[in-house]
Design a protein around this ligand. Structure first.
Ligand SMILES: Cc1cc2nc3c(=O)[nH]c(=O)nc-3n(C[C@H](O)[C@H](O)[C@H](O)COP(=O)(O)OP(=O)(O)OC[C@H]3O[C@@H](n4cnc5c(N)ncnc54)[C@H](O)[C@@H]3O)c2cc1C
Length: 393
């Protein structure tokens, strides 16, 4: 392969471009309609994400957050100390860092909107308003708002959730997560270096409804949103059957990141999966034992080995996490109570925040810890031995 065109310079596209250029593809061209930009996002990276990408380890300004305040709109609250901090980046900063790495590795960046990708004898003809580029292979990394309809995931409305929020000039040291009765989603406050990103996502709810709920939360915090910068964007959140009908590639093309629907349908975490799918796509394309026509199959195998079953499992349990009930109360409420009263349960939730507790083995771990968790909770409740975390809240 001589020339690969990557459409989209978000985390997914820039990682593929960097790896392909470093791996010896002669011409790697990454095209984005925008320079590195503040893509609507919390910007939160779990321990699993930054540990897997050494580039993110110590570079670029970010905020390392060590506490999360979890609450329900019914008034249940717990403060959880995070043993492995969440790092929160401005997306403009993160995207710039990743694009610079791609350019440093030998990729070329063109700022233009790709209007069409058409089949031609050598592979693809990629068109922008001013340019027409031929390529042997194409990587589609255009995010959740992919307009190149012949490529990438074909989202049904039920495979997306809407998210919106504000960037506010505020400061706070902890993350806030607010669970909402009857909503498959949540509100977040993610502190960044010089502002906070506040947002709400909810499957099945329309933007005006989400906005109203978020305004109620901000009023409760005593924060005005009037001076804030508003943002809104869809997040892929595939239903279980969405994974089976999903498209990760076709003849001489693959798709990565949000454009392939690769997002945790419970938390909306997508940066890790964008970076990781970018890595895997590059691995498949650089694999010399696989011919050009079979690269997509190789990529699909790598995705399957890496995380597809885990994401599909997450889709199975997503509704139960937000809307299910446990011992006669909503799951989020019980979760918060157990965080307050059981050391063992707190550690499980810390591991979830770090991205180190797979959903697929969560039930087994919860069952293994059940008797100890109940014991700890009973002792705490009976003897009013409330955890340090709660006192600080
Ligand atoms: C409100 C919100 C909060 C989120 N918070 C988090 C979080 O805290 N942590 C987390 O891990 N994930 C979060 N996510 C998910 C995360 O933002 C995405 O998963 C991630 O950005 C996906 O990266 P990507 O490279 O696939 O796509 P994107 O980052 O969307 O990049 C796609 C790029 O393609 C470009 N593009 C699109 N079409 C064209 C075209 N035709 N021609 C040229 N360029 C084009 C766009 O300009 C864009 O730069 C959040 C998402 C939302 C909406």
């Amino acid at each position: 392969m001589k020339r690969v065109v990557v459409v989209g310079a978000g985390p997914a596209g820039t990682v593929v471009a960097a790896r392909l250029a470093a791996g010896g593809i002669r011409e790697v061209i990454v095209i984005d309609e925008k320079p590195p930009w503040e893509k609507p996002c919390g910007g939160g990276l779990t321990y699993k994400a930054y540990r897997s990408f050494p580039l993110l380890e110590h570079s670029a300004p970010h905020k390392a957050i060590r506490q999360a305040l979890l609450s329900t709109d019914g008034g249940h609250v717990a403060l959880l100390r995070l043993d492995r901090p969440i790092r929160i980046y401005s997306r403009a900063v993160l995207n710039r860092l990743l694009l610079e790495k791609a350019i440093e590795s030998g990729a070329e960046f063109i700022q233009a909107r790709v209007t069409a990708v058409e089949a031609c004898p050598s592979g693809w003809r990629v068109r922008t308003a001013r340019l027409s580029l031929d390529a042997d292979y194409c990587v589609i990394a255009t995010g959740a708002r992919n307009s190149l309809r012949d490529f990438g995931a074909r989202f049904r409305p039920c495979d997306l959730m809407y998210a919106l929020g504000y960037y506010l000039e505020r400061e706070q040291q902890q993350i806030d997560i607010r669970f909402l009765a009857g909503v498959r989603g949540y509100i977040w406050v993610f502190p960044r270096v010089d502002h906070v990103a506040v947002g709400i996502c909810g499957k099945g709810l329309a933007a005006p409804e989400l906005r109203q709920i978020l305004h109620g939360f901000l009023r409760e915090k005593g924060w005005s949103w009037k001076e804030g910068r508003f943002y809104a964007h869809p997040i892929p959140a595939l239903e279980v059957d969405g994974w089976r009908r999903n498209r990760y590639g076709g003849r001489l093309w693959v798709t990565v990141g949000d454009a392939a629907g690769l997002v945790d349908p419970i938390t909306g975490e997508g940066i890790y999966y964008a970076l990781r799918s970018g890595q895997l796509a590059a691995e498949a394309l650089l694999d010399e034992t696989v011919d050009r026509e079979s690269k997509t199959t190789r990529y699909e195998q790598l995705l399957e080995q890496a995380f597809l079953p885990e994401l599909e499992f997450a889709s199975r349990i997503a509704s139960r996490v937000f809307l299910g009930s446990l011992l006669g109360a909503p799951v989020p409420q019980r979760m918060i109570q157990l965080i307050r009263y059981s050391q063992r349960f707190r550690q499980i939730v810390r591991d979830l925040f770090a991205g180190m507790q797979p959903y697929s083995s969560l039930k087994a771990r919860l069952l293994r810890s059940l008797s100890r968790t109940i014991q700890e909770a009973l002792v705490s409740v009976l003897f009013h031995r409330v955890s340090l975390e709660e006192e600080q809240a």
